[in-house]
Design a protein around this ligand. Structure first.
Ligand SMILES: NC(=O)c1ccc[n+]([C@@H]2O[C@H](COP(=O)([O-])OP(=O)(O)OC[C@H]3O[C@@H](n4cnc5c(N)ncnc54)[C@H](O)[C@@H]3O)[C@@H](O)[C@H]2O)c1
Length: 334
């Protein structure tokens, strides 16, 4: 797998090692600002090998794929929309070229299946107050540079399949939440700010809708798509849990016993998609997948994790996780 030191990738490592006793993982990650070895603390080192490397580095990538490797899961990405608005270069490099390099490595090493972790954002936005949902038949019409790079990655996966016969499945999930999410994303940002009595910045009118899913449910769906998905298919993953941003923020403040006047409305994000909502009928019926975590339980568990792991947040906010890296590897993180 790639990107296993990130938020979802590290959850996937834990889940797979716990639930699939015969599986060993090689975890290839560049440790960008979003990759953090602290996310892998306590992981069983006998079945998990970490390699620091860039997904765009062809030679290193090829060397990292072990002989007899059964599957590649591609989580590595630049993943933050706001950063892509500021500068798109890294997004195209990692998310598109990196995916091509990885597909080439998969072919060269005869890997049986390629799993591309994509996003619902490739399908653009849905109108407010409609009964429309993203399905696998929805056109790809990305609106942010991040979403465009992820859509382009889907196309290079498709091309490898059509041209070279690579066995590949694509998963498209909605917004994830859970422990160890980098505190620039909505939920951990709001939890961290609320815990510190700092203002909670909410874009625009706060009424943008996201379809939230607990990270472990996403990871189980990815595993199901790998095990039982049909080659060449995309699978939309969602928990049928649409929430307006402002309600997410209020729920966090309420859970922490903090006042709503910490909310501060700020200028909207450029090109801010209004609503994402996923119809997960295909994963439910074809793969027999169902989410196991309710929004209420998942949010409570997430808040509890951030309360109990304030040092994790503080390390990131102060840049100390780079020290951790230096202590482990003896060189400074880029
Ligand atoms: N977070 C979400 O809500 C969400 C929803 C749907 C899909 N996804 C997708 O899931 C995947 C993981 O998302 P996340 O939220 O865990 O992201 P993240 O930003 O927390 O982690 C990304 C990881 O990729 C690594 N990485 C970045 N560039 C790399 C490169 N050039 N070479 C090797 N490794 C590199 C980083 O070091 C980091 O560990 C991404 O592909 C993302 O598009 C995320």
């Amino acid at each position: 797998m790639t990107g296993g030191a990130g938020f979802i990738g590290s959850a996937f490592v834990r889940l797979v090692l716990e639930e699939q006793p015969d599986v060993s993982i090689v975890d290839y990650d560049a440790l960008t600002y979003a990759g953090n070895l602290e996310n892998l603390a306590g992981v069983d080192g006998t079945r998990h090998t970490f390699i620091k490397g860039d997904i765009c580095d062809r030679e290193a990538m090829l060397a990292a794929v072990p002989d007899g490797c059964d599957a590649i899961f591609n989580f590595a990405a630049e993943s933050h929309v706001d950063r892509s608005i500021h500068s798109a270069d890294e997004f195209l490099r990692t998310n598109v070229i990196g995916t091509q390099v990885l597909l080439d490595a998969a072919r060269a090493k005869g890997v049986r299946r390629f799993v591309q972790i994509s996003t619902d954002e490739v399908m653009g936005t849905l109108p407010d107050d409609s009964d429309d949902y993203f399905t696998e038949a929805s056109p790809l019409q990305p609106n942010s540079p991040y979403a465009a790079s992820k859509a382009a990655a889907e196309f290079v996966v498709r091309a490898a399949q059509e041209t070279h016969g690579v066995d590949a499945v694509i998963t498209r999930c909605g917004n994830n939440y859970g422990p160890r999410q980098f505190p620039e994303k909505l939920i951990p940002l709001m939890i961290a700010n609320a815990m510190n009595d700092e203002p909670l910045p909410v874009y625009g009118d706060g009424r943008n809708v996201r379809d939230w899913i607990y990270v472990d449910d996403h990871c189980r769906a990815i595993w199901s798509a790998y095990e039982n998905g049909r080659s060449g298919e995309a699978y939309n993953i969602g928990s049928r849990n649409e929430q307006e941003n402002i309600n997410v923020v209020k729920a966090i403040l309420d859970a922490l016993g903090k006042p709503h006047d910490l909310i501060k409305y700020v200028t909207d994000r450029l090109g801010h998609d209004r609503r994402y909502a996923i119809d997960p009928a295909k994963v439910e019926t074809e793969l027999g997948w169902k989410p196991q975590t309710t929004w209420e339980n998942g949010l409570a568990a997430t808040i509890k994790w951030y309360q109990e792991n304030q040092s994790w947040v503080n390390h990131i906010r102060s840049g100390e996780y780079k020290e951790y890296y230096k202590a482990m590897y003896g060189t400074a993180l880029g």
